[in-house]
Design a protein around this ligand. Structure first.
Ligand code: EPU
Length: 440
């Protein structure tokens, strides 16, 4: 388990290349199980969660080949661009996603819909809860049942079967906390190969759903309404192999916007889609961060100590839960009292205790956190508890007085591609301590 050592206080300056979206690439890799020929994906980030998904689809019979990097990113000191990934299904015999893989990556559930639609059978270990909450998968199962799949629980696995072909229908896919992102994608993938028409009412509108629908459409699917709460799918018999570029990672982009704001440093972010971040950029502008865009580049210009705000996480296009922890790190040094309410994962607050160890003043009341801004934070040894909470620790460490040591950074490696290289290239004093040295 590696650690990060950050000496706070450096200003940042320069350009950073935003990677392809992890949360788009994961279900898209699973959707490749449905293609008849080779699929080529560009912009797939190198992350441990992506490696786990590649490992899983290989076990499910795919050949996966990563091409060499296709040149450098043009960013001084930044990591090179990734080469494309070729995925070809060679065998359809194995239909099982084992617990060993599922327990390291909940997104393994994304293979359920594609396997049932294409192979008529799926055994997927039931993902347990994680640091951000219980995270049930009942809506995935309910949606696939409506399409005609039959399920039973066996030894901690969901065992699903289809007699003949799945059948399209009209269904409501929302739950108590609103729409489900991966649930929508799972059912949409399955419906793409079902017989007849499917209408998903209460579908998630996230850009990752749209990216997957766009790729499926290139493959020959007939999907309309992606990006709205009502997705209409006309089932087809086959999906072909295609080339597809993964959308930019809006959460990584938002994290670098906050890095710019917290260090009060102007930054240039390349390969972004600001349309995917409208709730985030509007809020940060209210806090005093100026942003301009030019094609796929965002120029971020903070204007001093941020103003406090109130924010509630919401499904897209609202403020994303995946940026709640990072925003909290910024509000810890804002000029006044801020309030954050978490509506998607009401328990997603493990970072509160760690930020308070660094001198922050955050009080939690149910799904709400009240943040009293302070003039400065102090470096401390802290723990990365989940992916986005770890990013919040890194952001806090960038401005904390003295040294911050963040343990268990494998969490951050799940979702941020080479974050320490990217930050170092911008001028941050951040070092990775490898496991053997970290323990010593
Ligand atoms: N929910 C149910 N039943 C279900 C599915 C979801 O009750 O069957 C509830 C959840 O407990 C939650 C809400 O619905 O309260 C929304 O969860 P959703 O299903 O949308 O989450 P997800 O699809 O499992 C994806 C991202 C998460 C991100 C959420 C919300 C991936 C791989 N994961 O998860 O990303 O927080 O959508 O936007 O795409 C991360 O990247 O750090 C991360 C956790």
């Amino acid at each position: 388990m590696d650690s990060f050592l950050i000496r706070g206080g450096n200003s940042l300056r320069g350009k950073v290349e935003i990677s392809g979206s992890k949360n788009s690439a994961l279900p898209i890799l699973a959707a490749c199980l449905m293609a008849e020929e080779k699929t080529t994906l560009r912009g797939v980030p190198r992350l441990s969660d992506i490696n786990s998904m590649i490992g899983l689809i290989k076990e499910l019979g795919c050949d996966v080949y990563r091409h060499e990097p296709s040149g450098d990113s043009g960013m001084t000191g930044g990591p090179p661009l990734n080469g494309p990934l070729d995925i070809t299904v060679k065998s359809e015999k194995n239909c099982e996603a084992r617990y060993d893989i599922v327990k390291t990556m909940r997104a393994s559930i994304c293979v359920l819909g594609p396997l049932l639609a294409k192979r008529g059978r799926a055994i997927v270990s039931i993902p347990g809860g994680c640091a951000i909450g219980d995270r049930p998968v009942d809506l995935h199962v309910r949606g696939l049942e409506k399409l005609g799949a039959m399920f039973r629980n066996e030894n901690g696995n969901i065992v699903g079967e289809v007699r003949g072909r799945l059948k399209g229908c009209r269904m409501y896919l929302g739950g108590a906390q609103g729409p489900t992102v991966l649930g929508t994608i799972n059912v949409m993938c399955a419906a793409a190969l079902a017989e007849g028409d499917t209408v998903l009412v209460g579908a998630a509108c996230e850009p990752e759903v749209v990216d997957c629908a766009d790729m499926l459409n290139k493959m020959g699917a007939k999907i309309r309404g992606q990006g709205t709460p009502e997705i209409r799918i006309e089932g087809v018999e086959k999906l072909r192999g295609v080339e597809h570029r993964i959308i930019p990672d809006r959460i990584e982009c938002g994290t670098f916007i906050i890095a710019s704001a917290i260090t009060n440093s102007p930054l240039e972010l390349k390969h972004c889609n600001l349309d995917h971040l409208i709730a985030v950029t509007d809020l940060l502008e209210e806090m005093g961060v100026r942003m301009t865009r030019e094609n796929g580049t965002i120029f971020v210009n903070p204007t001093g100590r941020p103003r406090p705000i109130e924010m509630t996480t919401q499904p897209y296009p609202g403020f994303p839960t995946d940026l709640q922890a990072q925003l909290m790190a910024l509000l810890c040094v804002a000029d006044g009292i801020s309030v954050i309410t978490e509506r998607i994962f009401p328990d997603r607050f493990l970072h509160v205790g760690e930020l308070n160890r660094m001198g922050a003043r955050v009080r939690k009341e149910g799904p709400t956190a009240i943040i009293q801004g302070t003039m400065e934070l102090a470096g401390a040894p802290v723990m990365a508890s989940d992916l986005r909470a770890s990013a919040a620790m890194v952001l806090a460490g960038l401005i904390a007085r003295g040294t911050t040591r963040i343990d268990r950074v494998y969490h951050i490696d799940r979702g941020y591609e080479k974050i320490e290289e990217k930050l170092r290239a911008l001028g941050a004093d951040i070092t990775r301590i490898k496991e053997s040295r970290a323990v010593a």
